[in-house]
Write a protein that binds this ligand. Sequence first.
Ligand code: PBG
Length: 324
Amino acid sequence: MHPNQRNRRLRQSPAIRQLVSESQLTVNDMMLPLFVTEGTQVKEPISAMPGCYRLSLDLLQEEVKSVSDMGIKALLLFVMVDDALKDNKGTEALNPEGLMQRAVRKVKTTTPEMVVMTDVALDPYSSYGHDGIVEKGKILNDPTVEVLAQMALSHAQAGADFVAPSDMMDGRIQKIRTVLESAGLTDTGIMSYSAKYASAFYGPFREALDSAPGFGDKKTYQMDPANRLEALTETLRDIEEGADMVMVKPGLAYLDIIRDIRENVEVPIAAYQVSGEYAMLKAAADKGWLDHDAVMMEQLLAFKRAGANLIATYHAKEAAQLLA
Ligand code: PBG
């Protein structure tokens, strides 16, 4: 009780505050999502994501070198697919010469130390903009899982270190693990988007990849934002099926979920600070309403405090620079 206990004693100087700090953010915690497109010397701005671009492979190569020099250890790759290549089954996703497969090979050849994680979901390849195969207005689970497993295999064969299924179909982790094992790709990891919510925060990303659903929404496969216990069920099942890392997505509005999962699992947890979160801060900072860098670092630290080990963030480069 006061005056014997004075909480402010531990806050009096930067040195004391650092000594008793409970969470640290480092460059090792961050994964940078990058968008890839066809062509050469292409660098297309994404309007709701200032500072993010769709890059052609040649520029991707340069970007990854500089990102690696900043100390960033991991990338999440996403591809923009030509409309002419899209169909209901996401056939192009399995093309060994597809954009994703070429992107992985390029990055791993020029910057082998970079950990490459690939997005596994049909939406950028789907003529319906859905994460699975569509039949009579429904998203089919098991036939989709078959394609996702072949897609993951193809990414692994191209050299991906981790495949990252973001589709939320049931049973896909088990199927992917089985297919990778039978192909002898025992070292390829799986980072599962385990608790991925049906969120309006993905808007800018869908613009970036032109991947918005053509009809309906994603609520029959992505989770209801009202649910908390279900996130744990999803995550535990993914771990049982063979996920090496799990993820909660979106980030800031779901810190309680990160904490719940932290208290119940031992595997590394990733948080995905998604496009809409990034867009909100950029817009507010642009208006002079928020101090961009201070808010960015506070948000990133909040993921660590909540219990995340890794953070997928479009701010990775900016944060790495500030931390250096
Ligand atoms: C695709 C996918 C999405 C995101 C990552 N992978 C979009 C979606 O599920 O509709 C969103 C990422 C972001 O908003 O930054 N399955």
